[in-house]
Design a protein around this ligand. Structure first.
Ligand code: 13P
Ligand code: SF4
Length: 367
Protein backbone atom coordinates (compact mmCIF):
# COMPACT_ATOMS: atom_id res chain seq x y z
CA UNK A 1 0.00 0.00 0.00
CA UNK A 2 1.48 3.38 -0.95
CA UNK A 3 1.53 6.42 1.35
CA UNK A 4 -1.38 8.09 -0.40
CA UNK A 5 -3.53 4.96 -0.08
CA UNK A 6 -2.54 4.65 3.58
CA UNK A 7 -3.44 8.29 4.23
CA UNK A 8 -6.80 7.82 2.51
CA UNK A 9 -7.46 4.66 4.51
CA UNK A 10 -6.63 6.40 7.78
CA UNK A 11 -8.82 9.35 6.96
CA UNK A 12 -11.77 6.96 6.94
CA UNK A 13 -10.84 5.21 10.17
CA UNK A 14 -13.28 5.64 13.02
CA UNK A 15 -12.02 8.12 15.65
CA UNK A 16 -11.09 6.54 19.00
CA UNK A 17 -13.76 8.42 20.94
CA UNK A 18 -16.42 6.03 19.58
CA UNK A 19 -14.52 3.06 20.96
CA UNK A 20 -14.69 4.35 24.52
CA UNK A 21 -18.25 5.72 24.64
CA UNK A 22 -20.70 3.61 26.61
CA UNK A 23 -23.64 1.93 24.91
CA UNK A 24 -26.36 4.02 26.59
CA UNK A 25 -24.66 7.26 25.55
CA UNK A 26 -24.28 6.03 21.98
CA UNK A 27 -27.90 4.88 21.76
CA UNK A 28 -29.14 8.19 23.14
CA UNK A 29 -27.06 10.14 20.62
CA UNK A 30 -28.27 8.02 17.69
CA UNK A 31 -31.88 8.64 18.78
CA UNK A 32 -31.19 12.35 19.10
CA UNK A 33 -29.63 12.59 15.62
CA UNK A 34 -32.45 10.58 14.06
CA UNK A 35 -34.92 12.99 15.63
CA UNK A 36 -32.96 16.02 14.40
CA UNK A 37 -32.58 14.78 10.82
CA UNK A 38 -36.11 13.41 10.50
CA UNK A 39 -37.02 12.17 7.02
CA UNK A 40 -33.85 13.61 5.50
CA UNK A 41 -32.17 10.53 6.97
CA UNK A 42 -33.06 6.97 5.99
CA UNK A 43 -31.53 3.86 7.59
CA UNK A 44 -32.26 0.57 5.82
CA UNK A 45 -31.02 -2.58 7.57
CA UNK A 46 -30.48 -6.07 6.18
CA UNK A 47 -31.82 -9.02 8.21
CA UNK A 48 -28.23 -10.17 8.88
CA UNK A 49 -27.29 -7.00 10.78
CA UNK A 50 -26.52 -6.95 14.48
CA UNK A 51 -29.37 -6.20 16.89
CA UNK A 52 -27.63 -3.01 18.14
CA UNK A 53 -27.93 -1.61 14.61
CA UNK A 54 -31.19 -3.14 13.41
CA UNK A 55 -32.98 -1.49 16.37
CA UNK A 56 -32.32 1.88 14.68
CA UNK A 57 -33.28 0.85 11.12
CA UNK A 58 -36.23 2.62 9.53
CA UNK A 59 -36.88 -0.50 7.48
CA UNK A 60 -35.49 -4.00 7.57
CA UNK A 61 -35.56 -6.38 4.65
CA UNK A 62 -33.88 -8.90 2.41
CA UNK A 63 -31.74 -7.82 -0.54
CA UNK A 64 -34.72 -7.44 -2.87
CA UNK A 65 -36.83 -5.44 -0.43
CA UNK A 66 -33.94 -3.11 0.39
CA UNK A 67 -33.27 -2.51 -3.33
CA UNK A 68 -36.98 -1.76 -3.88
CA UNK A 69 -37.13 0.57 -0.88
CA UNK A 70 -33.99 2.44 -1.99
CA UNK A 71 -35.48 2.89 -5.47
CA UNK A 72 -38.65 4.36 -3.96
CA UNK A 73 -37.09 6.73 -1.45
CA UNK A 74 -36.78 10.23 -2.87
CA UNK A 75 -37.15 12.02 0.46
CA UNK A 76 -33.90 11.25 2.25
CA UNK A 77 -30.80 13.35 1.61
CA UNK A 78 -28.72 10.75 3.44
CA UNK A 79 -29.08 6.97 3.33
CA UNK A 80 -27.00 5.22 5.95
CA UNK A 81 -26.96 1.67 4.68
CA UNK A 82 -26.69 -1.00 7.34
CA UNK A 83 -25.67 -3.94 5.22
CA UNK A 84 -22.66 -4.74 3.05
CA UNK A 85 -20.85 -2.86 0.29
CA UNK A 86 -22.73 -4.28 -2.73
CA UNK A 87 -26.06 -3.32 -1.10
CA UNK A 88 -24.91 0.26 -0.52
CA UNK A 89 -23.69 0.41 -4.15
CA UNK A 90 -27.12 -0.77 -5.30
CA UNK A 91 -28.77 1.93 -3.19
CA UNK A 92 -26.47 4.56 -4.71
CA UNK A 93 -27.28 3.36 -8.24
CA UNK A 94 -31.04 3.42 -7.60
CA UNK A 95 -31.25 6.79 -5.82
CA UNK A 96 -30.97 10.33 -7.19
CA UNK A 97 -27.63 12.03 -7.73
CA UNK A 98 -28.25 14.41 -4.84
CA UNK A 99 -28.93 11.59 -2.35
CA UNK A 100 -25.81 10.54 -0.45
CA UNK A 101 -25.32 6.89 0.52
CA UNK A 102 -23.02 6.03 3.44
CA UNK A 103 -21.75 2.62 4.50
CA UNK A 104 -20.84 2.95 8.21
CA UNK A 105 -17.74 0.77 7.83
CA UNK A 106 -16.02 0.45 4.44
CA UNK A 107 -14.61 -2.92 5.48
CA UNK A 108 -18.11 -4.41 5.33
CA UNK A 109 -17.61 -6.23 2.04
CA UNK A 110 -18.88 -9.62 0.90
CA UNK A 111 -16.50 -12.48 0.15
CA UNK A 112 -18.92 -13.89 -2.43
CA UNK A 113 -19.11 -10.60 -4.34
CA UNK A 114 -15.30 -10.53 -4.38
CA UNK A 115 -15.24 -13.91 -6.14
CA UNK A 116 -16.10 -12.35 -9.50
CA UNK A 117 -14.04 -9.42 -10.74
CA UNK A 118 -14.60 -7.64 -14.02
CA UNK A 119 -11.45 -8.82 -15.81
CA UNK A 120 -12.18 -12.45 -14.91
CA UNK A 121 -15.73 -11.93 -16.18
CA UNK A 122 -14.64 -10.35 -19.49
CA UNK A 123 -12.21 -13.25 -20.04
CA UNK A 124 -14.84 -15.86 -19.21
CA UNK A 125 -17.35 -14.20 -21.53
CA UNK A 126 -14.93 -14.21 -24.46
CA UNK A 127 -14.12 -17.89 -23.96
CA UNK A 128 -17.75 -18.90 -23.48
CA UNK A 129 -18.80 -16.97 -26.56
CA UNK A 130 -16.11 -18.82 -28.49
CA UNK A 131 -17.59 -22.15 -27.32
CA UNK A 132 -21.33 -21.37 -27.47
CA UNK A 133 -21.60 -18.36 -29.79
CA UNK A 134 -24.21 -15.69 -29.14
CA UNK A 135 -26.51 -17.98 -27.15
CA UNK A 136 -25.79 -16.79 -23.59
CA UNK A 137 -27.49 -14.22 -21.37
CA UNK A 138 -25.73 -13.23 -18.12
CA UNK A 139 -27.56 -13.05 -14.79
CA UNK A 140 -25.92 -11.87 -11.61
CA UNK A 141 -26.97 -12.33 -8.02
CA UNK A 142 -27.20 -8.86 -6.46
CA UNK A 143 -24.34 -10.03 -4.24
CA UNK A 144 -21.87 -8.73 -6.81
CA UNK A 145 -19.94 -5.54 -7.46
CA UNK A 146 -21.41 -2.66 -9.46
CA UNK A 147 -18.95 -3.45 -12.28
CA UNK A 148 -20.37 -6.97 -12.63
CA UNK A 149 -23.93 -5.61 -12.63
CA UNK A 150 -22.84 -3.14 -15.32
CA UNK A 151 -21.35 -5.95 -17.41
CA UNK A 152 -24.60 -7.89 -17.11
CA UNK A 153 -26.65 -4.78 -17.96
CA UNK A 154 -24.54 -4.14 -21.10
CA UNK A 155 -25.11 -7.70 -22.30
CA UNK A 156 -28.91 -7.68 -21.97
CA UNK A 157 -29.03 -9.54 -18.64
CA UNK A 158 -30.45 -8.81 -15.22
CA UNK A 159 -29.75 -9.04 -11.51
CA UNK A 160 -31.51 -11.61 -9.31
CA UNK A 161 -31.98 -12.03 -5.60
CA UNK A 162 -32.71 -15.16 -3.64
CA UNK A 163 -36.41 -14.22 -3.53
CA UNK A 164 -36.91 -13.87 -7.29
CA UNK A 165 -34.21 -16.12 -8.75
CA UNK A 166 -36.66 -18.64 -10.21
CA UNK A 167 -38.64 -15.96 -11.97
CA UNK A 168 -35.49 -14.31 -13.33
CA UNK A 169 -33.91 -17.55 -14.56
CA UNK A 170 -37.19 -18.45 -16.33
CA UNK A 171 -37.27 -14.99 -17.90
CA UNK A 172 -33.63 -15.24 -19.03
CA UNK A 173 -34.26 -18.58 -20.71
CA UNK A 174 -36.94 -16.98 -22.87
CA UNK A 175 -34.26 -14.58 -24.16
CA UNK A 176 -31.36 -16.91 -24.93
CA UNK A 177 -30.62 -20.63 -24.99
CA UNK A 178 -28.37 -20.60 -21.95
CA UNK A 179 -27.44 -18.42 -18.99
CA UNK A 180 -24.20 -17.50 -17.27
CA UNK A 181 -25.07 -17.21 -13.55
CA UNK A 182 -22.68 -15.09 -11.42
CA UNK A 183 -21.21 -15.30 -8.81
CA UNK A 184 -22.98 -17.89 -6.58
CA UNK A 185 -22.89 -21.38 -8.06
CA UNK A 186 -25.18 -22.70 -5.32
CA UNK A 187 -28.04 -20.25 -5.81
CA UNK A 188 -27.72 -20.77 -9.57
CA UNK A 189 -27.73 -24.57 -9.29
CA UNK A 190 -30.55 -24.73 -6.73
CA UNK A 191 -32.73 -22.37 -8.74
CA UNK A 192 -32.18 -24.07 -12.08
CA UNK A 193 -32.75 -27.49 -10.52
CA UNK A 194 -36.04 -26.34 -8.98
CA UNK A 195 -37.09 -25.21 -12.45
CA UNK A 196 -36.58 -28.74 -13.76
CA UNK A 197 -33.16 -28.26 -15.38
CA UNK A 198 -31.14 -31.43 -14.74
CA UNK A 199 -27.69 -31.20 -13.14
CA UNK A 200 -26.29 -32.68 -16.35
CA UNK A 201 -27.33 -29.53 -18.18
CA UNK A 202 -25.19 -27.37 -15.87
CA UNK A 203 -21.44 -26.74 -16.02
CA UNK A 204 -19.15 -24.76 -13.73
CA UNK A 205 -16.87 -21.94 -14.89
CA UNK A 206 -13.70 -21.74 -12.77
CA UNK A 207 -12.54 -18.10 -12.82
CA UNK A 208 -9.18 -18.89 -11.21
CA UNK A 209 -8.17 -21.53 -13.75
CA UNK A 210 -10.11 -19.84 -16.54
CA UNK A 211 -11.69 -23.10 -17.60
CA UNK A 212 -15.10 -24.63 -18.00
CA UNK A 213 -15.29 -27.71 -15.83
CA UNK A 214 -17.29 -30.55 -17.41
CA UNK A 215 -16.69 -29.13 -20.88
CA UNK A 216 -17.48 -32.52 -22.37
CA UNK A 217 -21.15 -32.25 -21.37
CA UNK A 218 -23.48 -31.57 -24.25
CA UNK A 219 -26.53 -29.35 -24.20
CA UNK A 220 -25.49 -27.06 -21.33
CA UNK A 221 -28.26 -24.65 -20.27
CA UNK A 222 -26.70 -23.10 -17.19
CA UNK A 223 -23.10 -21.96 -16.78
CA UNK A 224 -22.40 -21.53 -13.08
CA UNK A 225 -19.68 -19.17 -11.86
CA UNK A 226 -17.58 -20.95 -9.25
CA UNK A 227 -18.32 -18.65 -6.32
CA UNK A 228 -19.99 -19.27 -2.99
CA UNK A 229 -20.95 -17.72 0.33
CA UNK A 230 -18.38 -18.57 2.98
CA UNK A 231 -21.11 -18.43 5.65
CA UNK A 232 -23.66 -20.74 4.00
CA UNK A 233 -21.04 -23.24 2.85
CA UNK A 234 -20.64 -24.14 6.54
CA UNK A 235 -23.95 -26.01 6.63
CA UNK A 236 -23.52 -29.67 5.77
CA UNK A 237 -25.56 -32.79 5.09
CA UNK A 238 -23.89 -34.23 8.17
CA UNK A 239 -25.43 -31.41 10.27
CA UNK A 240 -28.83 -32.44 8.91
CA UNK A 241 -28.30 -36.18 9.40
CA UNK A 242 -27.13 -35.86 12.99
CA UNK A 243 -30.04 -33.56 13.81
CA UNK A 244 -32.58 -35.89 12.23
CA UNK A 245 -31.14 -38.73 14.33
CA UNK A 246 -30.94 -36.83 17.63
CA UNK A 247 -34.00 -34.57 17.35
CA UNK A 248 -36.80 -36.07 15.28
CA UNK A 249 -39.63 -33.68 14.52
CA UNK A 250 -37.28 -30.78 13.79
CA UNK A 251 -38.16 -28.82 10.61
CA UNK A 252 -35.04 -27.93 8.67
CA UNK A 253 -35.06 -24.72 6.67
CA UNK A 254 -32.05 -23.34 4.79
CA UNK A 255 -31.07 -20.43 2.55
CA UNK A 256 -30.51 -21.34 -1.15
CA UNK A 257 -26.89 -20.13 -0.87
CA UNK A 258 -26.30 -23.54 0.76
CA UNK A 259 -24.87 -26.37 -1.36
CA UNK A 260 -27.28 -28.45 -3.50
CA UNK A 261 -27.05 -31.54 -1.30
CA UNK A 262 -27.89 -29.49 1.81
CA UNK A 263 -30.90 -27.86 0.14
CA UNK A 264 -32.02 -31.29 -1.05
CA UNK A 265 -31.76 -32.83 2.43
CA UNK A 266 -33.58 -29.89 4.11
CA UNK A 267 -37.37 -29.61 4.37
CA UNK A 268 -37.63 -26.05 3.06
CA UNK A 269 -35.39 -23.47 1.41
CA UNK A 270 -35.80 -19.80 0.60
CA UNK A 271 -34.55 -16.25 1.05
CA UNK A 272 -34.20 -14.54 4.42
CA UNK A 273 -37.72 -13.10 4.11
CA UNK A 274 -39.09 -16.54 3.27
CA UNK A 275 -37.39 -18.01 6.35
CA UNK A 276 -38.77 -15.23 8.57
CA UNK A 277 -42.33 -15.74 7.23
CA UNK A 278 -42.15 -19.50 7.68
CA UNK A 279 -41.14 -19.12 11.33
CA UNK A 280 -43.73 -16.41 11.97
CA UNK A 281 -46.49 -18.61 10.54
CA UNK A 282 -45.35 -21.82 12.22
CA UNK A 283 -47.50 -23.18 15.06
CA UNK A 284 -46.46 -22.62 18.67
CA UNK A 285 -44.37 -25.49 19.95
CA UNK A 286 -42.96 -26.36 16.51
CA UNK A 287 -39.23 -27.04 16.20
CA UNK A 288 -36.92 -25.41 13.66
CA UNK A 289 -33.26 -25.78 12.71
CA UNK A 290 -32.25 -22.86 10.51
CA UNK A 291 -29.39 -22.81 8.03
CA UNK A 292 -28.59 -19.16 7.60
CA UNK A 293 -26.59 -16.32 9.13
CA UNK A 294 -26.44 -16.27 12.93
CA UNK A 295 -27.66 -12.71 13.68
CA UNK A 296 -30.93 -13.58 11.96
CA UNK A 297 -31.23 -16.96 13.67
CA UNK A 298 -30.69 -15.32 17.09
CA UNK A 299 -33.30 -12.65 16.32
CA UNK A 300 -35.82 -15.33 15.35
CA UNK A 301 -35.08 -17.18 18.61
CA UNK A 302 -35.72 -13.99 20.60
CA UNK A 303 -38.88 -13.04 18.72
CA UNK A 304 -40.43 -16.53 18.93
CA UNK A 305 -39.87 -17.92 22.43
CA UNK A 306 -42.94 -20.18 21.91
CA UNK A 307 -41.03 -22.13 19.20
CA UNK A 308 -37.89 -24.19 19.55
CA UNK A 309 -35.32 -22.61 17.23
CA UNK A 310 -31.68 -23.60 16.80
CA UNK A 311 -28.95 -23.08 14.22
CA UNK A 312 -28.52 -26.03 11.86
CA UNK A 313 -24.79 -25.84 12.57
CA UNK A 314 -24.17 -25.54 16.33
CA UNK A 315 -20.75 -23.95 15.69
CA UNK A 316 -22.02 -21.24 13.38
CA UNK A 317 -20.74 -17.64 13.62
CA UNK A 318 -22.31 -14.47 12.21
CA UNK A 319 -21.19 -13.17 8.80
CA UNK A 320 -18.01 -11.30 9.73
CA UNK A 321 -18.46 -8.54 7.19
CA UNK A 322 -22.14 -7.92 8.02
CA UNK A 323 -21.01 -7.72 11.65
CA UNK A 324 -18.60 -4.89 10.93
CA UNK A 325 -21.51 -2.47 11.01
CA UNK A 326 -21.88 -1.86 14.72
CA UNK A 327 -23.29 0.86 16.96
CA UNK A 328 -20.05 2.93 17.11
CA UNK A 329 -19.75 2.96 13.30
CA UNK A 330 -23.43 3.85 12.91
CA UNK A 331 -23.04 6.76 15.33
CA UNK A 332 -19.86 7.93 13.58
CA UNK A 333 -21.73 8.01 10.25
CA UNK A 334 -24.62 9.97 11.72
CA UNK A 335 -22.37 12.52 13.42
CA UNK A 336 -20.42 13.00 10.20
CA UNK A 337 -23.70 13.93 8.50
CA UNK A 338 -24.47 16.47 11.22
CA UNK A 339 -20.95 17.87 10.78
CA UNK A 340 -21.66 18.24 7.04
CA UNK A 341 -18.66 16.06 6.29
CA UNK A 342 -20.14 12.61 5.58
CA UNK A 343 -17.66 9.75 5.86
CA UNK A 344 -17.57 6.47 3.94
CA UNK A 345 -19.69 7.74 1.07
CA UNK A 346 -20.45 5.15 -1.61
CA UNK A 347 -20.33 6.71 -5.02
CA UNK A 348 -20.52 4.41 -8.04
CA UNK A 349 -18.84 5.70 -11.21
CA UNK A 350 -21.50 7.26 -13.50
CA UNK A 351 -20.83 5.06 -16.54
CA UNK A 352 -20.87 1.89 -14.40
CA UNK A 353 -24.06 3.02 -12.66
CA UNK A 354 -25.78 3.75 -16.00
CA UNK A 355 -25.10 0.18 -17.19
CA UNK A 356 -25.77 -1.46 -13.84
CA UNK A 357 -29.17 0.20 -13.54
CA UNK A 358 -30.25 -1.58 -16.74
CA UNK A 359 -29.66 -4.94 -15.03
CA UNK A 360 -31.33 -3.81 -11.80
CA UNK A 361 -34.37 -2.36 -13.57
CA UNK A 362 -34.90 -5.52 -15.61
CA UNK A 363 -35.24 -7.27 -12.26
CA UNK A 364 -37.27 -4.59 -10.47
CA UNK A 365 -39.78 -4.47 -13.35
CA UNK A 366 -40.47 -8.15 -12.74
CA UNK A 367 -40.14 -8.33 -8.95
P1 13P B 1 -31.26 -12.36 0.90
O1 13P B 1 -31.39 -11.12 1.67
O2 13P B 1 -31.64 -12.14 -0.54
O3 13P B 1 -31.96 -13.53 1.47
O4 13P B 1 -29.68 -12.71 0.81
C1 13P B 1 -28.91 -13.15 1.83
C2 13P B 1 -27.51 -12.66 1.77
O5 13P B 1 -26.58 -13.39 1.77
C3 13P B 1 -27.26 -11.25 1.76
O6 13P B 1 -25.91 -11.07 1.79
FE1 SF4 C 1 -21.73 -12.21 1.52
FE2 SF4 C 1 -22.48 -14.57 2.55
FE3 SF4 C 1 -22.04 -12.50 4.20
FE4 SF4 C 1 -24.19 -12.52 2.56
S1 SF4 C 1 -23.80 -13.89 4.26
S2 SF4 C 1 -22.78 -10.81 2.92
S3 SF4 C 1 -23.33 -13.58 0.76
S4 SF4 C 1 -20.50 -13.51 2.86
Amino acid sequence: MNILELAQKQSTMMPDKYKTMNTEAMEARVREIKELLGTSLYIPGHHYQREEVIMFSDDTGDSLQLAQLSALNREADYIVFCGVHFMAETADILTNENQVVLLPDMRAGCSMADMADISQTERAWAKLQAIYGDTIIPLTYVNSTASIKAFVGRHGGATVTSSNAKEMVSWALTKKERILFLPDQHLGRNTAFDLGIPLDAMAVWDPIKDVLEDEGKSDIKVLLWKGHCSVHENFTVQNIESLRASQPGMNIIVHPECRREVVEAADYNGSTSYIIKMIENAPSGSKWAIGTEMNLVKRLMNHHPDKEIISLNPNMCPCLTMNRIDLPHLLWSLESILDKNPVNVISVDRQIADDAVLALNRMLERA
